[in-house]
Design a binder for this molecule. Structure first.
Ligand SMILES: *Cc1c(COP(=O)(O)O)cnc(C)c1O
Length: 460
């Protein structure tokens, strides 16, 4: 008899202790890299060890090197935590160990993805019949959406990119805002278009693409893809996506929207107007691991036109049992072949929260971001952006060096955690409120800690 209870019991104990400790845990790692190597390194094991002991050793060894991103006072990057239902479903995903590439390899995973895909399309108000892929993150969602775009804009000029590649193909221009996310550039590298295919479009002071500049750039014509952004990673600002779609479609261009976290504004009745017209785009990328608070990793790609999506991704192999009855084979929508059944955790998250629960997370994060910004502003801190969503950029004494020192001091102090950035040439502290548990007391404690660190740095 295999002893599952030993290692799984140990894991359960460790997991619940970790989760229960999150609210009061220091928000930051305690161990140095050298200490972690000391605790975890050593010679290659020459023989077996008891699985339960391995789990205990691993958990003890990593404890001080974890960044507690599930804390309500974690404001770094745009991370999000994990809701109970999605975390538990993620455990079971590992237990069931399905290979979710084909219907035949897991009918349950395929149907759960199909159901979840329909829910998401309805939730975001995207066109009926939009196809969906469950990928690792917005990076691969951008890659997949842009692969569909590449297929379609070249097909329209009589070029089969899947068969003939890009050598000798008509050039594609990719019109993207100057403040696009770096994963767009990386996706274009992977797609063989290269970063020199990008035509950077001027942006305003919030990082929004300027429609007049796009209009001008589109006039050149030929195969064109426009990359719009819903939710700038620094300011949270939204490109004017409705106007962008109208201008681009006039010129036969494909519109891809990077909405890694911003697309979730569609779910909030009060914030929805920020994404007005987003349903007119051709493809969309987002994350479940950010604002839906599903465990890492979990991204989503949507395509209003399933044919180019499938043309770019699908694969036929003689030994595969591909479904003849129209059931979902996810490898038609994903760049992966074998893959984790990511749909289970997304399904559980949506089922547990419902539309109103998701809207509540988005609205509360927005309100908490404003509370953070207002508290700091009332104490002489400059807020650099319009806090339209969940992102806040602040700067201290209009001084790059001092601002960076305050960021480091806050990280060392441990009440909360956030990182720095450079916004339009100026150093800033970047606060992202993306965790489903963050409440007023988290904000007030964190704002007080930031102000205390500022005062200390100013005195020093
Ligand atoms: C986070 C983010 C990405 C990259 O997403 P991953 O999930 O890290 O792959 C892309 N675009 C924007 C706007 C983001 O915020």
């Amino acid at each position: 008899m295999v002893d599952w209870d030993g290692p799984l019991g140990e894991a359960y104990e460790r997991a619940t202790t970790y989760l229960a400790g999150l609210p009061e845990r220091r928000v930051g790692p305690r161990a140095t890299a050298a200490e972690l190597r000391q605790a975890l390194g050593g010679e290659l094991p020459t023989g077996p060890s008891e699985p339960r002991d391995v789990i205990a050793h691993l958990a003890k060894g990593v404890e001080d090197g974890l960044l507690p991103s599930g804390s309500g006072r974690f404001f770094g990057f745009v991370f999000g935590g994990a809701t109970p239902a999605s975390l538990a479903a993620d455990w079971l995903t590992t237990t069931w160990d399905q290979n979710a590439g084909l219907y035949a390899a897991s009918p349950a995973a395929a149907v759960v993805e199909e159901v979840t895909a329909d829910w998401l399309v309805e939730l975001f108000g995207l066109p009926r019949g939009t196809s969906v892929g469950f990928v690792t993150g917005a990076q691969m969602a951008n890659f997949t959406g842009l692969a569909a775009a590449r297929h379609e804009v070249l097909r329209r000029v009589g070029w089969d990119v899947e068969r003939d590649g890009l050598i000798g193909a008509p050039p594609i221009r990719v019109l993207a805002g100057a403040e696009r996310h770096d994963t767009i550039d990386r996706a274009l590298r992977f797609l063989g278009l290269g970063t020199s295919s990008i035509v950077p479009i001027a942006v305003d002071d919030q990082g929004r693409m300027r429609a007049d500049a796009l209009h001008q750039a589109l006039q050149e014509g030929g195969p064109q893809i426009v990359c719009a952004q819903a939710g700038n990673v620094n300011t949270g600002a939204f490109d004017p996506v409705k106007t962008i779609c109208d201008l681009a479609h006039d010129k036969g261009a494909w519109v891809h929207v990077d909405g890694a976290f911003g697309i979730w504004a569609t779910v909030s009745p009060t914030l929805r107007s920020l994404v007005d017209g987003i349903d007119r785009a051709d493809s969309w990328a987002t994350d479940a691991h950010k604002w839906l608070n599903v465990p890492y990793d979990s991204g989503l790609v949507f395509c209003a036109h399933p044919e180019p999506h499938r043309a770019a991704m699908s694969i036929r192999a003689a030994y595969l049992i591909q479904d003849e009855n129209g059931e979902r084979d996810s490898l038609d929508y994903n760049p992966e072949f074998s893959r984790r059944a990511r749909g289970f955790a997304v399904y559980a998250a949506i089922r547990a929260l419902g539309r109103s629960g998701i809207a509540e997370i988005v609205d509360r994060c927005h309100a908490m971001a404003r509370r953070f910004a207002d508290t700091l502003a009332a104490n002489g801190v400059a807020v650099l952006n319009d806090v339209v969503l969940n992102q806040v950029l602040v700067r201290f004494d209009d001084d790059d060096e001092l601002t960076r020192r305050v960021v480091r001091a806050v990280q060392d102090e441990g009440t909360c955690w956030m990182s720095g950035t450079t916004w339009q040439g100026k150093a800033a502290m970047r606060i992202s409120v993306s965790n489903w548990t963050t409440d007023e007391s988290d904000i007030d404690r964190s704002a007080a800690a930031v102000l205390q660190c500022r005062d200390q740095v100013q005195r020093a």
